[in-house]
Every structure is written in structure tokens, then in C-alpha cells.
Design a protein. Structure first.
Length: 147
């Protein structure tokens, strides 16, 4: 069965299962978590959209330099039933497997992989070209601005 962290690690520590594989390593980069905004919102409040993307990118940069414990402490409020050591182990695992995106720019390869997964599940009725669905301009501008 496929489980997300930290649940998979909790099951393992309780003797209820074993982690056999890391789905991120097995699948390659997949844009699993994405944020969508309506075109009318972009047109009305582009500054807000840019600020949101900037915050995401700054968080991505922080994750690259923060310690596993610092990341665990930041996650703790979202997983109140999970101890800090488990969350730090999750952070260490994610770092070791390069599971966190380093920037908010969606690549053609990752977008294709996502569509492959959806198609494999029988849920994709038609493929979409990346530029027809994804506007990377905010992400590209923020990466250039922030560095």
C-alpha cells in the first residue's frame, strides 16, 4: 500500500508495516503539489500572484539550507500527533531522495510524468501541452529576482 509521510514511518515504527520503496525515487520528479489560479485573478491582481510564488520559492530555498530538525519544527503544527524525531527523519529522507522541488518552475518532463500517472489510472481523457495549462512566467521571474 502507498502511504504518505509521516504515516508510513509511523506504521513502520509501530511494527504495522515496512517501507519498501520511495515513490519519489521510483517515479522521478512529479509536480504532485501545485497551485492554480484563475486567469481573471492573474489579470486583476498579478502582484498578489507574484508575492505568493515568491513566498513559495523562498520556502523552497529555506528547505534546501535548513537542518532536518528546523524543518521538523516547522512541520510540527501540521502533524501534532507525530513526534519531532519522526518528522526530522522524514525531512532527512526527503532530503536524501531529493524529494523537494528546488524552484517553482514546472518542467516539461515532470508535467509529462504527471500526465502519464493520471493516464495510467484511466483518468485522463486527453493530454494537454504544458504551455496550454501552465504559466511559468511568475516562477521564472521570481527565480531570476530572488536568485
Amino acid at each position: 500500500m502507498a502511504l504518505f509521510e509521516p504515516l508510513a514511518r509511523q506504521f513502520q515504527s509501530q511494527g504495522k508495516g515496512h517501507i519498501l520503496a520511495n515513490m519519489g525515487l521510483e517515479s522521478g520528479e512529479v509536480p504532485y503539489t501545485t497551485f492554480m489560479v484563475r486567469q481573471e485573478t492573474i489579470e486583476k491582481d498579478a502582484k498578489f500572484v507574484a508575492a505568493f510564488v515568491r513566498a513559495i520559492y523562498k520556502a523552497q530555498k529555506w528547505v534546501q539550507t535548513a537542518s532536518d530538525t528546523e524543518i521538523a519544527e516547522a512541520m510540527q503544527a501540521y502533524f501534532p500527533d507525530t513526534d519531532l524525531a519522526t518528522l526530522a527523519a522524514v525531512a532527512k529522507s526527503y532530503r536524501a531522495t531529493d524529494s523537494w522541488a528546488k524552484d517553482p518552475i514546472m518542467t516539461e518532463d515532470s508535467f509529462t510524468r504527471l500526465q502519464d500517472i493520471i493516464d495510467g489510472a484511466g483518468e485522463l481523457t486527453a493530454r494537454v501541452a504544458l504551455p496550454d495549462l501552465v504559466d511559468n512566467s511568475f516562477a521564472q521571474a521570481v527565480v531570476k529576482e530572488v536568485g
